[in-house]
Design a protein around this ligand. Structure first.
Ligand code: HEC
Ligand code: HEC
Length: 696
């Protein structure tokens, strides 16, 4: 047994068996001190962080931006008092200090109004509803939580200027942050002097005062329960059994793999927790509210259902065992809806010429021609390139209105659904390309399995829910499983809070809660993508220039972690700074193949366009800097704004987190009041008969 495995198994024993803690902890520390410290606690970044930054998107008021950074979606990560009292790793620096958090790529947030505790962007306080404190909240009312902004806010630096990009690809190294958080707590509970300090802080004692024996005992009992919870057991299991063998690093996480393991693991840990190598970049969020389906394999239709699925994957607690409370959860659906409405008003960032350099307009014009008009004579027909239409799998036929020309526009131009749905709404229909055409996952050419394929092949064992929720079916496909469970959570919340039907429909974004698992990847509009490197679903291509180059010219490995921008090749610079992560494209799930422009025989897998000369690549890049292809339909946009204005009093103006169920003067609100405001802001939704394509 190698050293690391031995420590792993010791930690596993520790988390199960409290009596071993002190003893084990000391041994761990001894070993850590000698050898394994750097294996567990890897070196981290020390990025320069500027106290001021430029905001590139002007749609949001400062209040709304800050609120977005600090609104809880209902994830429970660690009791808030512990999170605040924790020291980082084996040292004495506080875990929550901005200097520590920024090492993981989380951005500091100096706002004092909504963020009195100066948490980083996206790390927030969740106040668990009273009825769930005892069971789902393990007796703790206040929890540290993570929210959309942690993964979906980015900052680019260029020669000393910081550019904030809301809804952009966050730099967060989520996996390392999570494991360091748990290891820091293990160390804290194992080292007596650390535990003393921790206990005193948790209990709010004055400097120099120590916890009483009773206080310590209570804290030990609570820690034990926490270490035994599904959350920690799963995290430790993931480390010990190498559930995610390919390290994620910065700017991405194995969203679908972790999500499905998290949601369905508790139903049958042996069968529902699968190894996964499907890391995906945090995608940008502008315009995504208007897409017909989202996620890298275009798997989820409804925004609210999507948010619940994501939240469940990152520790929203859901009751599944108790039949009376089944599908009751800590999910904050009103907050999710508010954040979704805000995101629906966000536009792609504009290239700031004064910081990143002027646009060469002649070049951009040439790029525009290549993008929209140039014709590749070898292009297969849309029917051969896209996934076959199939009503049962909810896959629509290729959109006849999609442009036929352009090296890029034929796939990436935003094209609205041919037919409106039953609420008269049309979304941007993302075309879904066959993997054999695109070739961006290497299993197409070999035996590797990742994001879309891993998801597509997933089976879920329904366990205790087989009878009550699945008509006795013990094994179901991933689409059915997610639809059933997530709909359960939505309906329970609506029912608990007496939400009117019109308000439900508005909150659900006028779309049914449906999931699918196609074996393909969608082509999204590329507005603002200059700010979202590294590229492709797995973040395997560092710059736009490389994406437009033959695969043989793309880097096989590169360092990721520096926030310094390269405005010529467009992406982050490749710099081996302290704490940078080595991205190795030869590892499973990291393939940088496909989506290739090179001269090759017709139908060569992965080749989607002709060889581009270096000049043509630069022309296209120049055009991508100014690309503005998405027209947001005016009516839904007005409605999102009306909703934000009508619900402003619940979110804006008062300090601290949004407490649920607290008196309104303290910033709390009743869900029925919230819905009354929503209902008053927009016309009552009326459904026409569903068009054929929407029927199952
Ligand atoms: C822990 C990080 C994390 C958090 C927190 C998070 N997301 Fe994401 N989000 C991701 C990743 C990774 C993906 C890509 C997943 C995939 O493609 O399968 C994603 C995908 C999405 C997409 C799909 C975009 C597209 O173009 O397909 C939307 C929309 C989205 N997130 C919105 C949100 C909202 C709203 C919240 C908060 C309620 C949120 N996310 C919270 C990491 C996160
Ligand atoms: C045959 C359709 C097709 C064509 C042609 C095409 N793309 Fe793509 N593109 C896609 C798909 C599908 C993806 C998502 C692939 C993935 O993530 O694995 C993608 C991804 C991208 C991305 C990365 C987005 C991200 O999430 O990081 C960029 C940038 C991009 N394309 C630019 C271009 C440009 C520029 C052109 C024209 C020179 C072009 N594409 C031509 C289908 C196409």
């Amino acid at each position: 047994m190698n050293l690391f495995r031995w420590i792993d198994s010791l930690v596993n024993k520790l988390v199960k068996n409290y009596t071993l803690w002190i003893f084990g902890g000391l041994i761990i520390l001894a070993i850590i001190a000698v050898k394994a410290y750097s294996a567990i606690f890897i070196p981290l970044l020390e990025p320069p962080v500027f106290s001021s930054y430029r905001v590139l998107q002007t749609e949001w008021t400062d209040d709304r931006r800050e609120r977005y950074y600090q609104t809880s979606q209902g994830s429970l990560v660690m009791p808030y008092a512990w999170f605040r009292a924790l020291e980082w790793r084996t040292g004495t620096q506080m875990w929550t200090s901005p200097e520590v958090q920024v090492k993981y790529g989380l951005l500091p947030d100096n706002d004092t109004k909504y963020n009195p505790d100066r948490m980083p962007i996206g790390i927030v306080k969740e106040i668990v509803p009273d009825e769930y404190v005892d069971d789902l909240g393990e007796g703790q009312k206040e929890w540290a939580s993570l929210t959309c902004a942690a993964c979906h806010t980015s900052q680019i630096q260029y020669k000393g200027t910081a550019l904030r990009i809301d809804g952009g690809e966050g730099q967060w190294r989520f996996e390392q942050w999570s494991s360091d958080l748990v290891f820091s707590l293990v160390v804290t509970t194992s080292v007596p002097s650390k535990f003393e300090r921790f206990c005193a802080r948790v209990n709010g004692l004055k400097a120099g005062q120590k916890c009483s024996t009773d206080e310590k005992k209570l804290l030990h009992t609570q820690l034990k329960a926490y270490f035994n919870s599904d959350l920690i057991m799963e995290a430790v299991n993931a480390v010990i059994n190498h559930i995610y063998p390919t390290q994620e690093g910065f700017m991405r996480t194995d969203a679908l793999g972790r999500g499905v393991n998290g949601v369905f693991g508790p139903l049958n840990p042996n069968k529902n927790i699968n190894r996964s190598t499907g890391s995906v970049s945090y995608p940008p969020l502008w315009y995504t509210h208007g897409f017909d389906w989202v996620q890298s394999p275009a798997a989820i239709r409804q925004p609210l259902g999507r948010n619940v699925t994501e939240g469940w994957g990152v520790n929203i607690r859901v009751e599944v065992n108790d039949p009376n409370k089944r599908f009751g959860s800590t999910a904050e659906l009103d907050n999710m809806f508010w954040m979704e409405s805000l995101l629906a008003t966000l536009r792609a960032p504009k290239w700031p010429e004064d910081v990143l350099g002027p646009i060469d307009h002649a070049r951009a014009e040439r790029g525009k021609y290549l993008f929209n008009e140039a014709v590749w004579s070898q292009a297969p027909s849309p029917v051969l390139e896209q996934l076959p239409a199939n009503a049962q799998d909810l896959i629509a036929p290729p959109n006849p209105n999609r442009p036929k020309t352009g090296y890029c526009a034929r796939c990436h131009a935003p094209t609205l659904d041919v037919q409106p749905n039953q609420y008269g709404r049309r979304y941007i229909q993302l075309p879904l390309y066959r993997m054999t055409v695109l070739g961006t996952d290497s299993w197409v050419l070999g035996t590797d399995v990742w994001d879309a394929k891993g998801f597509n092949e997933r089976k879920v064992y329904t366990g205790i829910l087989a009878k009550p929720s699945y008509n006795g079916q013990e094994v179901v496909g991933i689409g059915t499983a997610l639809t059933t469970n997530v709909t359960g959570v939505l309906n329970k919340w609506f029912q608990e809070h007496n939400i009117s039907e019109p308000c439900q429909i508005i909150m659900e974004g006028y779309r049914p809660n449906e999931f699918r698992a196609p074996l393909g990847y969608p082509a999204r509009p590329l507005d603002g993508y200059w700010a979202t490197g590294p590229f492709l679903h797995n973040g395997s291509v560092r710059t736009l220039y490389q994406l437009l180059s033959p695969v043989s010219e793309r880097e096989k490995t590169f360092w990721i972690g520096s926030w310094e921008f390269d405005p010529v090749n467009v992406g982050f610079v490749d710099e081996k700074i302290k704490g940078a992560f080595l991205y190795d494209t030869s590892l499973r799930g990291n393939s940088n193949a496909g989506h290739e422009f090179r001269d090759a025989p017709p139908n060569t897998p992965g080749v989607i366009g002709p060889y581009l000369t270096p000049e043509q690549r630069l022309d296209l890049i120049e055009y991508l800097k100014v690309l503005d292809s998405v027209q947001m339909p005016p009516e839904p946009l007005q409605q999102h704004t009306a909703v934000l204005n009508a619900t402003a009093r619940f979110y804006e103006g008062h300090t601290g987190p949004t407490p649920v169920g607290a008196p309104e003067e303290n910033g709390g609100f009743k869900k029925t009041d919230f819905c009354a405001a929503v209902d008053s802001a927009v016309p009552t939704p009326t459904a026409a008969p569903a068009p054929a394509a929407m029927k199952k």
